[in-house]
Ligand binder design. Structure first.
Ligand code: NI
Length: 143
């Protein structure tokens, strides 16, 4: 749905504005101050929504592990079956002779998705990882 754009003025310290303009420049020729502010506002709204208990979210959990670590693959597999209702998909990449990278796509209530991610991240042998949450609500639309 196309919406009219509302104008408002923003006051900020000069130093902050200089840094903001550098950020705008880094985002490419197609971006201007208004577009970057809209992006940042949407980002903040998604973040706030994902932090609200009860919110439905999508999460991508990226993990790196050594597949020789004892029982690790089996443990990770068990967790994904225990929470099959929250599992959307998994991409497994064999990075080298020892290292695996997995991207696990999760969905569900935000606290539960974060708990499942923490369970996976806390499994002995997982070297590192990160959960990124998002929502697919109205603020995700681009103007
Ligand atoms: Ni692998």
């Amino acid at each position: 749905m196309k919406q009219d754009l509302m104008r408002f003025s923003v006051a900020m310290p000069e130093e902050l504005l200089i840094e903001f303009d550098q950020l705008v420049a880094r985002r490419g020729l197609a971006k201007n101050r208004s577009e970057v502010i809209r992006d940042l506002v949407r980002e903040a709204l998604v973040e706030a929504k994902c932090a609200t208990p009860g919110a439905l979210v999508m999460g991508t959990l990226t993990i790196v592990y050594n597949h020789h670590a004892s029982d690790l693959q089996e443990k990770l597999h068990d967790i994904q079956h225990d929470y099959f209702g929250n599992m959307v998909s998994t991409v497994h990449v064999h990075v080298d002779a020892h290292t695996c990278l997995e991207v696990i796509v999760l969905q569900g209530e935000t606290t539960q998705v974060q708990d499942i991610a923490n369970l996976i991240l806390g499994t002995k042998g997982v070297q590192n990882g990160k959960l990124v949450l998002t929502t697919c609500g109205q603020h995700g639309q681009h103007t």
